[in-house]
Design a protein around this ligand. Structure first.
Ligand SMILES: Cc1cc2nc3c(=O)[nH]c(=O)nc-3n(C[C@H](O)[C@H](O)[C@H](O)COP(=O)(O)OP(=O)(O)OC[C@H]3O[C@@H](n4cnc5c(N)ncnc54)[C@H](O)[C@@H]3O)c2cc1C
Length: 440
């Protein structure tokens, strides 16, 4: 089967097997190297192994739910969109959600995904109470912070390299409505953007869209959005009688791969000017449905096709807070100089790191999409050097091209991670293309 991540690069022919149940998986363990795949929403090569890629889409059952405390137990192939469909009308929401709901529980744990609430809630792994993991010799281990704690910690953010997650238990968050009270703040400089984050530290959800092609006085201008789950008495009259009923939306689809010239510094500049100009001039609160707030891009199916058939990569880094300002400035200077920034440039303030291989650390994360063209890879190496200089690191769930050196510099826990993998027999067996590239 031809497979790729969301960035459509690399794209290659992989032998695949479906994980329908435990015996199916055990039957192919001897054929390692292999890697588990969720819904393929990581951007690069993390869920690819040409030798054998295990598809989790059939592991999709809910196993238990405790309404007294919101604890949900489900199989690893359950999708976040299904959890939302079933649980939002019952008054529960995922404790942490990435910017797309088309991901699986296994993928969310393996990438230890973060959301707009990282500064208060940490990443997804913080909310996982236990997991069942099949390790390389076929044993199924129940693990948690108390039991097989090393395997548990290394599997969160471990990119599928410790074993196959079969199921997990985690707590959902109680909500009183399917709506979000949102405010948008306009910041005209990087300084103002960072101040707006500090000022919004008490808000549950914060994120900013940043115009990465602006230089000079306007460098770092952005729109910071902050939000809270709305209470029923805040809702407009037409939805107040059914506060937990989500709004149904018609999805659109990108019909074809765009030609590669369609995205260039002019089109991105034009988009950015329009987007910034159209934002509300005051921070007056608005009530929006949760899909619009958390998953605006999901409304356009296959939007990755606008980057053309050569694909694209997302560059997501995090810089520690002290060095963040200077590092961000250098990153923005370099991007602006080349004129190859994307319109999906997102800046976010992170709280503390949770687990051994978790991507988030206290500081600022910047994420930008770049179409894959000749000069892009050179530019990304320049950005790598800036990130490394400032003690930062890259997010493996988005990565398709970074080097072993860059990876090891950014993830000091890697030696311990490798020991744990060796202890559970995973080295050389649970192995993605990304792991091979990063010399893991
Ligand atoms: C539009 C968009 C927005 C996004 N926004 C965010 C965001 O805001 N925050 C964020 O953190 N991420 C974000 N992501 C990245 C995404 O959340 C992660 O890549 C996530 O891991 C994808 O889940 P998946 O089920 O598609 O996993 P896949 O992409 O299929 O796999 C990802 C990793 O998980 C491993 N894995 C999957 N299933 C299992 C299993 N059962 N057992 C062991 N390992 C497994 C794979 O081996 C691989 O290493 C975004 C992605 C897109 C496309």
């Amino acid at each position: 089967m031809m497979l790729s991540g969301w960035g459509n690069f690399p794209r290659l022919d992989c032998r695949v097997a479906a994980m329908r149940g435990v015996e199916d998986i055990r039957a192919v363990l001897d054929e390692a190297p292999l890697i588990a795949r969720g819904n393929g929403r990581s951007y690069g090569d993390a869920a690819l192994q040409p030798h054998l890629t295990l598809l989790s889409r059939h592991l999709d059952r809910f196993l238990a739910f405790d309404p007294a405390n919101g604890r949900l137990t489900c199989e690893a192939g359950v999708r976040l969109e299904t959890i939302l469909e079933v649980f939002v009308p019952r008054g529960w929401f995922p404790p942490v959600t990435p910017g797309t709901k088309f991901v699986t529980v296994g993928g969310m744990i393996a990438s230890d995904v973060h959301g707009k609430n990282h500064h208060v809630a940490g990443s997804f792994g913080r909310h996982v109470e236990s997991m069942r993991v099949m390790v390389a010799d076929g044993r199924i281990l129940e693990c948690s912070r108390q039991e097989h704690a090393d395997l548990f910690a290394a599997t969160i953010g471990g990119m599928g390299l410790t074993g196959i997650i079969l199921s997990a238990s985690f707590r959902l968050l109680p909500i009183q409505s399917a709506w979000i009270r949102q405010e948008t703040i306009r910041a005209t400089t990087l300084e103002e953007t960072l101040e707006a984050f500090e000022e919004s530290a008490d808000w549950t959800y914060t994120v900013s869209w940043i115009d990465c092609l602006q230089g000079g006085k306007c460098q770092g201008r952005s729109l910071l959005t902050r939000g809270e789950h709305a209470m029923p008495d805040e809702l407009p009259a037409e939805v107040a009688s059914q506060p937990l009923q989500p709004r149904r939306k018609r999805l659109k689809r990108v019909p074809m791969d765009f030609p590669s010239w369609a995205l260039n510094s002019w089109s991105v500049r034009a988009f950015n000017a329009l987007y910034y100009g159209a934002a509300p001039k005051t921070a007056a609160p608005r009530i929006v449905d949760y899909d619009s707030f958390f998953y605006p891009l999901d409304a356009i199916l296959e939007w990755n096709r606008i980057y053309g058939r050569h694909g694209f990569t997302q560059y997501q880094c995090v810089l520690p807070k002290q060095a963040g300002r200077e590092g961000l400035r250098r990153l923005l200077n370099t991007i602006q100089k080349t004129g190859s920034g994307s319109f999906l440039a997102v800046l976010k303030l992170f709280g503390k790191q949770d687990d051994l291989m978790s991507f988030p650390m206290e500081g600022y994360t910047l994420a930008l999409d770049f179409p894959l063209r000749g000069p892009t890879l050179g530019l990304l190496l320049e950005l790598d050097a800036i990130v490394a200089d400032h003690g930062g690191r890259l997010y493996l769930a988005k990565d398709a091209r970074s080097t072993p050196h860059m990876f090891r510099k950014g993830y000091p826990g890697v030696e311990r991670f490798q020991e744990i993998r060796a202890h559970y027999g995973a080295r050389g067996k649970m192995q993605s293309l990304q792991a091979e590239r990063l010399d893991l």
